[in-house]
Design a protein around this ligand. Structure first.
Ligand code: URA
Length: 242
């Protein structure tokens, strides 16, 4: 049994303060009866409704987060802001990041409290593909395309698994600053893998963003924002082995 306000906050109805207001405003019913005490205990199987709309308690939550640079992919850190600091306390519910992005890397990060799902996505046998947009300090040699496709030695016991590299056209802005960029799709998650792969062909990554995981993209999710994954998206990820 859990408190009604906790139930509603964890179900994503609002913050604890917001849901308390809804309860006090007599908008919440449990098994058809209006409840006015936020501390009332409910079962996760009870029929809870807010303004006539049934709220289903989900055991697990899955979020897609647009990680900004400058925060660390950890649950806690004594020095730096973490990815969890972007979530209100009532949604954190033992959320853990799925894999990690470096502090200076931006982009798509999944968080869940479903340990089995996290483990599944991280297992080398099931890794879904991940695409990164990288800006580099110099032009990526064309030979890197085949090298990455075959697997490259980045100083580990084994070469990397085949990866797909697209070198993007070189751009120059009004100040004549030239930008060298590429998109790289990998299906592993080794430590600093993208940076080390580019380093293996003599390039330094100066900006890195994960833009895709399986078929998931950030679409118009702003930096620092998150959204729930739909059941369909969760199922699709499970099917999208690398
Ligand atoms: N590869 C890297 O080098 N850094 C990241 O953050 C992710 C992949």
């Amino acid at each position: 049994m859990i408190r009604l306000d906790k139930f509603l906050a964890e179900a994503g109805v609002g913050t604890r303060t917001e849901v308390k207001k809804l309860i006090k405003a007599k908008k919440v019913t449990v098994d058809g009866v209006t409840v006015t005490r936020p501390e009332q205990k409910v079962n996760t199987t009870d029929a809870v409704s807010v303004a006539g709309k049934e709220i289903v308690y989900e055991k697990y939550s899955y979020y897609l987060f647009h990680k900004p640079a400058g925060c660390v992919t950890a649950r806690q850190d004594s020095m730096h802001k973490t990815v969890l600091d972007y979530f209100p306390e009532e949604l954190q519910r033992n959320l853990s990041p799925v894999g990690r992005l470096d502090k200076d890397t931006e982009g798509l990060l999944l968080l869940t409290n479903d340990g089995a799902f996290n483990h599944y996505l991280m297992s080398p046998a099931n890794h879904v593909t991940k695409t990164y947009y990288a800006v580099l300090d110099q032009k990526v040699p064309e030979t890197a395309v085949n090298l990455f496709a075959e697997g490259v030695d980045i100083g580990d016991d084994k070469k990397t698994l085949p990866a797909e590299l697209h070198i993007l056209p070189t751009k120059s802005d009004e100040e004549k600053t030239t930008q060298y960029a590429a998109e790289l799709t990998i299906c592993e998650g080794r430590f600093h893998q993208v940076k080390r792969m580019f380093a293996a062909v003599g390039c330094k990554v100066v900006y890195l963003k994960r833009i895709r995981m399986g078929s998931l993209t950030l679409t118009d999710l702003k930096k620092g924002a998150y959204r729930k994954l739909s059941q369909e998206e969760i199922n699709r990820l499970k099917e999208e082995k690398g």
